[in-house]
Write a protein that binds this ligand. Structure first.
Ligand SMILES: O=C(O)CCC(=O)C(=O)O
Length: 362
């Protein structure tokens, strides 16, 4: 999660096993097939991925399960689940979502989840933005406008208080005149700048806790139903997961998520249900300190991981997403997102990853 707490000194952080692994995978470059003349890529790329666990390859069979990894049958759950012997509470469900389901959740993540009252990283800059995806699909521009009383947005009110009205509205690109001095940004740029949105109980990043006083909708029914079903392997028998909040992370080509522990929820016995969509990435699952060497694994579109109990205390993060055309592994999505309405989304997902993680807060 964004807003991680760093160890006391940056130097100490740089030396930890977790940081070393983050660096190694962030800097990874695949061997080049056409890299002549581009110094770095000749000679077979930078770094190697031989230690990254590939659960899809294990699922396909034909290879022995590596030491310390087991495939388990979970009562009441009909999908294959993998676990690490030395990391109890962590569950990997490869290919949990069909391509159709993945497309549905990608559309929802871009169209519905950023809708107010849900907040996003853009809310603090522009105020609530409605229908961002539609505006981007129609090549609109978000333009600063005057309030009805003639004040520019963000001006001081008579009482001296900052009103923080932040009035912006979408307009046709053609309506922006040459020399326009008001702030404006294309909706496409804003979608690309989307980094997170919060559903259900709203998370306050500055205080690193949930602010129950903020207006919010409950978790969409379909997402809650999915999370309840997928949480089964990590739940005590007969107890149902109760989704109350979700954080949606949007990753662009060079984005990463630094090592952190998710410790803001009251009950750590309940899992975080974490859904991957779009480009493949490397996920690191470390120990209770950054000094423990993390396990690295690929996460692909449609994979789900659960972190419950002891696994909730482990550092984890995403050092690398793969946007290179031969490494994204999104061919299923590409063939499914073929309608006119999906053109923008298809372009977006070629260089992006989305993660939806669903939590029971209390
Ligand atoms: O993107 C991911 O798979 C992990 C997200 C995560 O760890 C978080 O939001 O706390």
């Amino acid at each position: 999660m964004y807003g991680e707490t760093e160890p006391a000194t940056a130097g100490a952080s740089e030396r930890t096993a977790f940081r070393q692994a983050e660096k190694k995978y962030k800097l990874y470059k695949p061997p080049s097939t056409k890299g002549r003349g581009r110094k770095k890529l000749t000679g077979g790329g930078v770094g190697d991925l031989s230690e990254v666990v590939d659960f899809h390859a294990l699922l396909a069979g034909g290879v022995e399960l590596p030491d310390g990894i087991l495939r388990c049958d979970c009562p009441g759950f009909d999908l294959p689940v993998f676990r690490f012997l030395d990391r109890p509470g962590f569950y990997f469900i490869p290919g949990a979502l069909s391509t159709e389901q993945q497309c549905f959740w990608i559309r929802e993540s871009l169209k519905t989840f950023p809708q107010p009252p849900n907040r996003t990283n853009l809310t603090a800059l522009y105020g609530p933005i409605f229908d961002l995806l539609t505006a981007a699909q129609n090549q609109k521009v978000l333009l600063e406008v005057q309030n009805s009383d003639g004040r520019e947005s963000n001006e001081q009110s008579n009482s001296g208080e900052k009103t923080c009205t932040m009035n912006f509205k979408f307009v046709e690109n053609s309506k922006i005149e040459k020399g326009e001095t008001r702030r404006s940004t294309t909706a496409t740029t804003l979608v690309r700048k989307l980094r997170w949105s919060t559903l259900g109980l709203q998370f306050d990043w500055s205080k690193r806790n949930y602010d129950v006083s903020l207006p919010h909708n409950s978790i969409p029914d379909a997402l809650a139903t999915l999370a309840k079903k997928m949480a089964i392997p990590a739940m005590p028998s007969g107890v149902e997961f109760s989704p109350e909040a979700a954080i949606v992370n949007y990753y662009g080509p060079s984005d990463m998520l630094g090592g952190h522990v998710d410790d803001m929820e009251a009950d750590w016995t309940k899992p975080i249900v974490s859904i991957s969509l779009g480009c493949k990435c490397i996920f690191l699952l470390g120990g209770k300190t950054r000094d423990e060497v993390p396990r690295a694994m690929f996460l692909r579109s449609g994979d789900i991981v659960l972190m419950a109990g002891e696994a909730r205390e482990r550092f984890h993060g995403v050092p690398r997403i793969f946007t290179e055309s031969d490494q994204q592994e999104i061919s299923g999505l590409v063939s499914q997102l073929s309608g006119d309405d999906d053109r923008f989304i298809l372009d977006y997902i070629h260089s992006s990853r989305i993660n939806i993680n669903i939590r029971q807060v209390y």
